[in-house]
Design a binder for this molecule. Structure first.
Ligand code: ACM
Length: 317
């Protein structure tokens, strides 16, 4: 719901977040945001379909849109310009100012009020501007703020490097470098959601010729996105510590819902199956037939899916 390039949800106590910070997007253009009522409607729509929306406000980095909206949130008291590029890591809330914690408390409270689910995602990724101690000082306080609202913290795997409240959910995303910290966090009572970028990021291109998407974690053909096992992904993190998988779809290269569908389908079906079927019941040779059989359904629904040549579309099984 927030990033460097835009703030996307109405917060009544901090109206400039959307009035200023919501008015941009990657590459320029008008941006946009959810009203509180619009977000509540989305939560209801999902809930009617047995889906829990987990709100994420990325902290303390990925915050340029907020920093541009309120000068007081900056250490120097000066708002930076709005940002429409795609490099990230450069922004941070000012961890030494009390108003920062008031801001976080009010944002978390107002979003928690329209989010009936048990979770609140506080981001925590890609903070290049702070020392480890500054990061820890901030994130320890933010965890307490979230707990005060009765929510369980979710954070990207960088949070595994700081003291965590019991039951905190660490979301694995970096293909390498985070394993030891995640394993240690699990030893201290954290649980894990797996979304390794090189297997589960739907914004990775299928192959070198894919026009949409990115390739910083490599190319991700349909077979590779299906053929991995959560239980063996991170050494020291066993089945009992894993509560699920997520397949993120970052949208800085995607301008339309057809673009979104093209990157999501067919890979999203495979990760759903990884989430609900044990490893010994999964095999690409058999799965590809069942996947191909989805063609009629997706065509009827008007879904702009990628017709991967390795899948026998129109298959019967
Ligand atoms: C992330 O992709 N920065 C979580």
């Amino acid at each position: 719901l927030s990033d460097d390039q835009g703030w996307r949800i109405e917060i009544p106590s901090w109206p400039d977040l959307t009035a200023i910070g919501g008015g941009t997007q990657v590459g320029g253009g008008p941006g946009g945001h959810y009203t509180q009522e619009g977000f509540a409607e989305l939560v209801r729509y999902a809930s009617d379909r047995f889906i829990t929306i987990v709100p994420e406000i990325d902290l303390p980095g990925h915050t340029n849109a907020a920093l541009a909206s309120y000068p007081a949130l900056n250490c120097e008291g000066v708002a930076p310009s709005l940002y429409t590029g795609t490099e990230v890591g450069f922004s941070s809330l000012c961890v030494d100012k009390e108003i920062t914690y008031q801001f976080v408390e009010e944002v978390v409270r107002e979003i928690a009020a329209v989010s009936p689910g048990p979770y609140f995602h506080i981001g925590g990724d890609e903070v290049e501007k702070l020392s480890h101690d500054e990061y820890e000082q901030f994130m320890v306080r933010v965890q307490e703020i979230v707990a005060m609202q009765g929510k369980q913290v979710v954070g990207w795997d960088e949070i595994a490097e700081i003291p965590l409240l019991p039951g905190t959910i660490v979301q694995h995303w970096r293909p390498s470098g985070a394993e030891d910290a995640i394993a240690q966090a699990v030893e201290q009572g954290a649980v894990v959601v797996l979304s390794p970028a090189n297997k589960a990021y739907l914004d990775m291109k299928y192959h070198t010729g894919t026009v949409l998407g990115l390739n910083w974690a490599g190319y991700l053909p349909v077979e590779d996105s299906y053929s991995w096992t959560p239980e063996t992904m991170v050494s020291g993190v066993s089945d009992e510590a894993i509560i699920g998988v997520e397949t993120p779809l970052w949208s800085e290269t995607l301008g339309t819902l057809d673009d979104v569908a093209y990157m999501a389908f067919p890979r999203i079906a495979g990760i759903a199956e990884i989430g609900w079927s044990p490893a010994e019941k999964r095999a690409w040779a058999e799965y590809r037939l069942r996947l191909g059989a989805q063609e009629a359904r997706w065509t009827a629904l008007g879904i702009n899916f990628y017709r991967a040549p390795e899948v026998p579309w129109s298959a019967e099984w």
